[in-house]
Design a protein around this ligand. Structure first.
Ligand code: XMP
Length: 480
């Protein structure tokens, strides 16, 4: 029995084992299209997703990554209120029509209006009466030199240029330009305020033409949840586009059952995981009604000690290939997110070559300016802190206990450390995208689907691995 198990044991390959073979190129790297599906319904312009970890994805990183065309998954190592606040910040960051509009009543004094504008950093407020009907708009210019005892109704502009609910971005822009206004209230047929369009938001849209957005032009955002925390999932469902289960071993009957329950109560798309094997994909597809995406890979994360502690592992590349085969056999066109162990654009290219639609990264994004981790200087270089969600540090916060250590599992499965500071998310995404386009160009693929079909891979011997990276020179720089 023992020997036969060994004879039948599959070979587990990881990022360092494989390379992509050059293929006949039909397009130049600059023309490669990196757009991809991250779920059945949501598309990204670049296949990069950030890990839900409290040293990686808070609101700032999610905003920056969505602006670059990727997707941030907000971590859950905090109270539900804090996680919701992060989601709201992303949604408020820029939108074509702002839905949560600060308003003011007509009988408020000018002095109070000034205080309100200053404390909120807003320079214009729609004025609404008791029935929430729009009666005017008051701007900084109207109140700045006015007598503080006057009422808002005495100084506000009553002659309003308004838009209807279904106005297009282009029409809104035209209307504002023609009438030389910077704010355009959106009202219904009874003059009730439904939203506000501002020049600033329209301009931001022009600045980030490739941003990942929802139907209303707001930035796309996802959030991590535990399948056992139904209340949190239901609350977050109102604010985010995608929910992502945050479970180290999703292929577990209790977890699948809890997820099934959760799916009935939410309307956001759901990415499930992590899984690592062919059989896990088959079981999950057969047991859950609709899976919108898979998060795959167990034990490859740079801060992960699961396979040291347990000797259990389904390395990300192996997991990607296995799940991809299963989905093809089942004729299920569900996007796969390769999660854990990605060190470079080359690793992302390999994951795509084996069937992934996107890569999830913790280590790389932890090093960005927008990540929540602390920045430290060490011997003249900058680093940011980064720790696993199953590490002692994260477990101290005690919110994510159910991922790596249900009460019966009294062990740590993650470590703490520092990663090199990499600059802004924009810089990092630009670099990753350029490297990935080059890889796809070599492979002869002009888009992600072609990468699945055309790219072939080959094994490298351990000695070869040494040759295939910078070698035979003295360098001060540690090559990560
Ligand atoms: P990288 O390699 O980008 O991987 O740092 C990030 C992914 O690692 C997973 N993760 C963990 N895995 N113990 C683990 O076994 C942990 O403490 C831990 N924290 C995060 C997670 O899938 C993440 O996206």
């Amino acid at each position: 029995m023992g020997a036969r198990k060994i004879e039948n044991a599959p070979t587990l390959f990881t990022f360092n084992d494989l390379v992509i073979l050059p293929g006949r190129a039909e397009v130049e790297p600059g023309d490669v299209d990196l757009s991809t599906k991250v779920t059945l319904r949501h598309e990204l312009k670049v296949p990069f997703v950030s890990s839900p970890m409290d040293t990686v994805t808070g609101a700032d990183l999610a905003i920056a990554l969505a602006r670059c065309g990727g997707l941030g998954v907000l971590h859950r190592n905090c109270s539900v209120e804090e996680q919701v606040e992060m989601a709201r910040r992303v949604k408020r960051a820029e939108s074509f029509i702002i839905r949560e509009v600060h308003t003011i009543a007509p009988d408020v004094t000018v002095r109070e209006a000034i205080e309100l504008m200053e404390s909120r950093g807003i320079h214009g407020l729609p004025v609404v009466d008791e029935g929430e009907r729009l009666v005017g708009i008051v701007t900084w210019r109207d109140v700045r030199y006015a007598d503080g005892e006057l009422r808002v109704r005495d100084v506000m502009t009553r002659d309003l240029i308004c838009a209807e609910e279904n106005i297009s971005l282009e029409d809104a822009k035209k209307l504002m330009q023609e009438n030389k206004v910077e704010k355009l209230p959106v009202v219904d047929e009874n003059m009730k305020l439904r939203g506000l369009v501002t020049i600033k938001d329209l301009e931001l849209k022009g600045r980030y033409p490739h941003a990942s957005r929802d139907d209303e032009g707001r930035l796309l955002v996802a959030a991590a949840v535990s399948p056992f925390d139904l209340e949190r999932a239901k609350i977050l469902d109102r604010y985010v586009d995608i929910l992502v289960t945050d479970v180290a071993h999703f292929h577990n009957s209790n977890v699948i059952r809890a997820t099934k329950r959760m799916m009935r109560e939410i309307s956001a798309e759901l990415i499930v995981g992590n899984i690592g094997t062919y059989q896990a994909a088959v079981d999950v597809i057969n047991e859950l009604e609709e899976v919108n995406g898979f998060r795959v890979g167990i034990g490859s994360g740079s801060i992960c000690s699961t396979s040291v502690v347990t000797k259990v592992s389904a390395p990300t590349l192996f997991a990607t290939a296995s799940v991809s085969d299963a989905l093809r056999d089942l004729k299920a066109d569900v996007p796969i997110i390769a999660d854990g162990g990605v060190k470079s654009s080359g690793d992302i290219a390999l994951a795509l070559a084996l069937g992934a639609s996107a890569a999830m990264m913790g280590n790389i994004f932890a090093g960005c300016r927008e990540s929540p981790g602390k920045l430290i200087a060490l011997e003249g270089r900058y680093f940011k802190e980064y720790y696993g969600m199953g590490s002692h540090r994260a477990r101290e916060k005690r919110y994510s206990l159910d991922r790596y250590s249900r009460p019966s599992k009294e062990i740590e499965e993650g470590v703490e450390g520092w990663v090199p500071y990499r600059g802004t998310v924009e810089d990092v995404v630009r670099e990753l995208a350029a490297g990935l386009k080059a890889a796809m160009g070599y492979a002869g693929a002009s888009n992600v689907r072609e990468m699945w079909k055309k790219a072939s891979v080959a094994f490298v011997s351990p000695a070869g691995v040494m040759e295939l990276r910078p070698h035979d020179l003295i360098t001060e720089r540690k090559i990560f």
